[in-house]
Ligand binder design. Structure first.
Ligand code: HEM
Length: 498
């Protein structure tokens, strides 16, 4: 029999000293879990851990499957709640106080600037990470049954994340904040009939002023975080109910109604209830495909959390969040730019307000909300890009759309409708601009691929990749290639771009 090493004995003694006492047991109820029964019990009995199952499928733990993006999104949200609460001690949402409170954070409050930096960079990171998480869920076909509705909840979370960042943007009350929100809220006013109403509701008037500041503040610190917490609760609950994360179907699957049973020989089953149909929880997964969540999942999460905090702290220490001069409603910067995640829309608005303010956002929202209900066959769940064919279609969709976007943008720069025919009616501008043309091309291209391959999943892969690539290009153009009066410039000609 192998004897215990002194190191192991020492470790056990230390653990027992920490956990085998009345106070620790009054909090955690059980000692340190060193057998599978206790490891399972720890997951059930801990308020924070019971969101996880007692055992986790090994596929869900592969770093290259999720890249940890969902959990990083959650951690960033928690960090934002913490730093945001601390910032609230030093901030008054009034047009007279807001900017000087920002300056005080910089010069008066100890570590105020680091606190503000942490909050600002975590917010930017959250927008990017949630977006990447959505892309991973899409490209692994994890929106398919039974996860369709969780995808829809995810889309709502994505919208709420953008709104959280957008509402926070105004609070420093500097030139950057004031004009980014002025541009952003004017994009929101473009939808016919409801647009003006949305803007008035958002700003509490026609322009960005005290009413807008207090509304943005309340949405930022109360309404949106509250809504997000509820949505996240449902999101995580549904992941459990849907049988954990998606994965490729197991070779032996439980029978469809009417089929002969083909249960895994490795697993024991308990008949809780007689019901017709499949349950994802009993999808013939052998015990060797699962590991105990304690410690495998919990410790991985802990490492990710420490990593997120470490990276953020370094960034917050070395890079300061921007703070320009005090907001001046009479002196717009030229160009006035929306926050970076809306710059793609602002670029398209510059071609046609209808295309950038209505057609493109509506196509994106409707497309995202309905994709699980259109692409219904279960093909490709749990595998990146579904198959070799999916990989090729994704790559080609990206490669084909890049020159198309560049050519359309070039043509619009030189031969836009109003440049060719100065008095042309607005309808031609709305029809013949890169935004509207691209939406039509996306629809035609993805339908063609669907018909050609006979697979809705292949069509969906093409559609998503078209959207993603072209939006990134337009964001890039808005960031680096637009100067005064939104005229084309080269990045090295830029002055004072934020
Ligand atoms: C605040 C934003 C969000 C948070 C905190 C969050 C969190 C998570 C976490 C922790 C997971 C499990 C681990 C992982 O997949 O990385 C997950 C899975 C999932 N998320 Fe999100 N998520 C968010 C936004 C979204 C968005 C924008 C979408 C899609 C539009 C989405 C759709 C899904 C789906 C369908 C799953 C299940 C994936 C599977 O079974 O493989 N989530 N989310």
């Amino acid at each position: 029999m192998a004897t215990e090493s002194p190191k192991e004995t020492g470790r056990k003694k230390a653990v027992s000293w920490l956990t085998d006492n009345r106070v620790a047991r009054s909090i955690f109820r059980r000692g340190y879990p060193d057998n599978d029964l206790d490891r399972a019990a720890v997951m059930f009995s801990n308020f924070f851990l019971h969101v996880l199952p007692a055992r986790t499928h090994v596929h869900s733990l592969k770093p290259t499957y999720t890249w940890g993006l969902g959990i990083i999104s959650l951690f960033l949200f928690v960090i934002l709640l913490g730093t945001g609460a601390l910032l609230m001690f030093f901030y008054v949402p009034s047009t007279e106080r807001a900017y000087s409170d920002m300056k005080d954070l910089e010069f008066v409050v100890s570590y105020g600037v680091v606190l503000r930096n942490l909050h600002r960079w975590a917010a930017h990171a959250m927008v990017a990470v949630v977006f990447l998480h959505m892309c991973r869920v899409f490209y692994t076909a994890s929106y398919k049954a039974p996860r369709e509705f969780n995808w829809v909840i995810g889309v709502l979370l994505w919208g709420a994340t953008l709104m959280m960042s957008f509402t926070g943007y105004l609070l420093p009350w500097d030139q950057l904040a004031f004009w980014a929100i002025t541009v952003g809220s004017s994009i929101a006013s473009y939808p016919p009939l409801v647009g003006e109403y949305i803007r008035t509701l958002m700003l509490g008037g026609d322009t960005v002023g005290q009413n807008a500041l207090i509304r943005f503040y309340v949405m930022h610190v109360m309404l949106l975080p509250g809504i997000m917490m509820i949505l996240m609760g449902v999101h995580f609950w549904r992941i459990r109910k849907d049988g954990g994360l998606s994965r490729p179907p197991a070779p032996l699957s439980s029978p469809a109604p009417g089929e002969a049973a083909a249960f895994s020989p490795h697993k024991t089953y308990m008949l809780v209830e007689l019901a017709e149909g499949r349950t994802p929880m009993v999808d013939s997964q052998a015990p060797e495909e699962e590991v105990m969540s304690w410690p495998h999942t919990v410790f991985r999460m802990l490492v990710v959390f420490v990593g997120v905090v470490a990276v953020l702290s370094v960034v917050a220490y070395f890079f300061d969040a921007p703070l320009e001069e005090l907001a001046n409603p009479d002196h717009p910067p030229n160009p006035a730019k929306a926050p970076w995640y809306f710059l793609g829309l602002q670029e398209i608005v510059s071609y046609s307000a209808l295309a950038g303010g209505v057609i493109v956002p509506a196509a994106a929202i409707i497309g995202l909300m309905t994709i699980p209900y259109i692409d219904r066959n279960p093909e490709g769940q749990g595998t990146w890009f579904t198959s070799g064919q999916g990989r090729r279609i994704t790559l080609w969709s990206i490669l084909v759309i890049i020159p198309v976007v560049i050519v359309l943008t070039y043509l619009n720069e030189h031969y836009a409708v109003r440049k060719l025919v100065p008095g042309a009616s607005q309808i031609w501008v709305d029809l013949l601009n890169p935004g509207t043309i691209l939406i039509v091309l996306f629809a035609v291209g993805s339908l063609y691929i669907w018909r050609r391959t006979g697979s809705s999943r292949m069509g969906a892969l093409a559609l998503y990749s078209y959207f993603l690539t072209s939006y990134l290009i337009y964001t890039f153009i808005g960031l680096y290639f637009r100067g005064a009066n939104w005229a084309w410039i080269w990045p090295w000609q830029a002055t004072g771009l934020h």
